[in-house]
Design a protein around this ligand. Structure first.
Ligand code: SF4
Length: 366
């Protein structure tokens, strides 16, 4: 059954089902994007973004969550056509970060505004075992930071180990909802497998954030719209949209960048579909529109910013997009937030999810 079709009688059952814990806003079903929303320009686009910004402000006030990210490995066993870290890229010098260096950085020298750390890598089980797990245990023991991981499709016992170590948020993008496009782009594994893993993670107590890419070569507007339907049906706590950036050293390096306007419209649509979602302003927004892209994301429904903390000597090889990445430093993030009249959240993302679920369960049980 389509989740938009559930009646209110189903709300309580769905809300209390851990696999569907954040579905209530969808069941209210206020907004279903149309192709015209995604291609909107001028006044229609302004209205869409304003509505998204108002909705964000109604739910989250002026708070923006601020996390740090460390990119612990650029090894990847997958071969996504759009990504410079694909296994067939033999030009890329591969690294795994030094655990002691990361520990010192995160324990002694992290920016004061950070409330959460995201530990990210290509799909590299060695890095999970040797870097992510000990780092999570250390952070859990020594800090009250929220911990999220973005480590690809792993075995179920590996997810359980990461959770037992102290991580509570899993970021796993479905990349694109259209099965033919997914196959053509050689996105990770298969789409059904990716979706099974998303559902498994949510059912086992993770707060799952997913996402998709907008503006892929050959993507039709129908395929783009499929992303919203899929996102709304999945048991997610957050969702992102990134513009397609033609990665260097990939088969798509000669293609054009995804349209920033399309991406921002997609972000606004996500916000209107799910007012409660945490939606990141992704750093690729600034690649698509240097300097202003990120701030426009905060104006179109985003409420999460990420400071890049990967040590400078290795981050150039984290080739998700291009070598000349636009690195979101503490200064850039904080000044973008301030310039939009917003303020960094003092509550961590992990804590927000935990308390939000408690409150929601209380309200539905009453
Ligand atoms: S998108 Fe992720 S899974 Fe695909 S090649 Fe890049 S790092 Fe690997």
């Amino acid at each position: 059954m389509n989740i938009f079709e559930h009646g209110t009688g189903e709300r309580k059952r769905l809300a209390l089902d851990p696999a569907l814990r954040f579905t209530h806003a969808v069941i209210e079903g206020q907004f279903v994007p149309r192709a015209g929303d995604l291609t909107a320009r001028g006044k229609r686009q302004e209205r869409l973004h304003e509505r998204a910004a108002l909705t964000t402000s109604r739910v989250f006030g002026s708070r923006v969550f601020v996390r740090g990210v460390v990119e612990i490995s650029n090894y990847c066993r997958e071969n996504c056509t759009y990504c410079g870290m694909r296994r067939e890229n033999r030009q890329l010098s591969r690294y795994r970060a030094d655990l002691d260096q990361l520990a010192e950085l995160l324990l002694q020298n992290r920016p004061a505004r950070i409330t959460d750390i995201n530990i990210q890598a290509g799909e590299d089980p060695v890095a999970v075992r040797e870097i992510a797990l000990p780092l999570i245990r250390l952070l859990r023991r020594e800090t009250n930071l929220g911990i999220s991981v973005c480590l690809g499709t792993l075995r179920y016992d590996e997810y359980a180990e990461l959770k037992a170590a102290g991580a509570s948020i899993y970021i796993i993008k479905f990349e694109m909802a259209n099965p033919r496009l997914y196959e053509r782009m050689a996105a990770p594994g298969t789409l059904p497998e990716r979706l099974d893993h998303i559902r498994h993670l949510a059912a086992t107590g993770w707060n799952v954030s997913s996402g998709f890419i907008a503006g892929l070569p050959g993507e039709t507007s129908r395929a783009l719209l499929e992303n919203f339907r899929l996102a709304a049906e999945l048991p997610l706590a957050g969702c992102s949209v990134s513009p397609f950036i033609p990665g260097e050293e990939t088969p798509l390096s000669g293609e054009s960048c995804g349209d920033i306007e399309l991406t921002l419209n997609c972000m606004a649509a996500l916000r209107l579909i799910r007012p409660d979602w945490v939606i990141p302003a992704v750093s690729a927004l600034n690649l698509a529109e240097p300097d202003s892209g990120y701030r426009r994301g905060l104006r179109a429904g985003a409420n999460l910013a990420t400071i890049n903390l990967t040590p400078a000597d290795i981050r150039g090889d984290y080739l998700l997009y291009k070598r000349d990445r636009f690195i979101m430093t503490e200064e850039r993030i904080l000044s973008a937030i301030a310039a939009e009249g917003l303020a960094p959240s003092t509550q961590s993302l992990a804590d927000h999810y935990a308390t939000r679920l408690e409150k929601f369960c209380e309200s539905t049980a009453a």
